[in-house]
Ligand binder design. Structure first.
Ligand SMILES: C[S@@+](CC[C@H](N)C(=O)[O-])C[C@H]1O[C@@H](n2cnc3c(N)ncnc32)[C@H](O)[C@@H]1O
Length: 221
């Protein structure tokens, strides 16, 4: 029996309301989601072992992926339920999951080589403070990269991508829900935040046919 697409949309809305950790666990199994995250972070993961921080780790899919590449990794999130599920799903690893509040990343100044944060800069209530906190914890020559859905990608663009990539069912509904409900930012808004926090060498890159971008930068000297 084929499930009507509208039922997947209802399932996603219900999960978002009742159990965001379950929804994120389901989403983290989708091909498009994994492909975006892997392509994004693979560009930063060197052969040397790095100290990596994943801010807004949710149930820890990306955190575990980075850990599997041989890095020392911490995942932080403001949601107690997300952190609890992340710990449960990764109980056999040495990943350090921590609850953190909006205002303070619980790490020492200059202690992190690479800060990754997917879909947080566009939802946090104080993005400038967030960028400053990230600057504080980065080592000299440390890198930050924010991934988020970019302003200007339209419904028509998304429908074309979904058709071209042959995405359907729950996978399509999750993508649509993300596109429709996530706040979006311009590339230069995030570039400006990073410059004002003290970062240099700002670069941006598009993913998923332009729906998502990363803006990265380096803490020099
Ligand atoms: C849209 S989800 C993205 C989850 C994951 N990074 C991903 O890309 O799948 C945003 C996550 O960030 C968390 N979050 C929101 N604001 C945060 C903040 N200021 N510091 C840490 N986590 C935050 C939320 O609880 C949620 O788990």
């Amino acid at each position: 029996m084929t499930v009507p697409e509208s039922l997947y949309a209802v399932q996603i809305r219900l999960l978002m309301l009742l159990s965001p950790p379950r929804l994120f666990s389901k989403i983290s199994k989708l091909d498009w989601y994994r492909k975006i995250l892997h392509t994004w972070v693979d560009a930063y993961l060197d052969a040397r072992s790095m100290r990596v921080l994943d801010v807004g780790c949710a149930t820890g899919y990306l955190t575990k992926y980075v850990f599997s590449k041989g890095h020392q990794v911490s995942g932080v999130d403001v949601s107690r339920r997300m952190i609890s599920r992340a710990k449960k799903e990764n109980s056999t690893t040495a990943i350090d999951f921590k609850l953190c509040n909006e205002k303070e990343l619980p790490f020492q100044k200059g202690s992190i080589d690479l800060v990754l944060s997917a879909s947080v800069i566009n939802i946090t209530s104080n993005p400038a403070e967030f960028a400053e906190q990230v600057f504080r914890v980065c080592k000299h020559d440390g890198i930050v990269s924010f991934l988020y859905p970019v302003s200007g990608f339209t419904d028509a663009d998304l429908h074309r991508s979904v058709r071209e990539l042959g995405i359907s069912g729950f996978s399509k509904a999750a993508l649509m829900a993300w596109h429709r409900s996530a706040p979006k930012l311009l590339i230069n808004e995030v570039e400006q935040l990073l410059l004002e926090a003290g970062f240099e060498q700002i670069k941006s890159k598009q993913f998923f046919q332009g729906m998502v971008v990363s803006v990265s930068a380096k803490k020099i000297g």
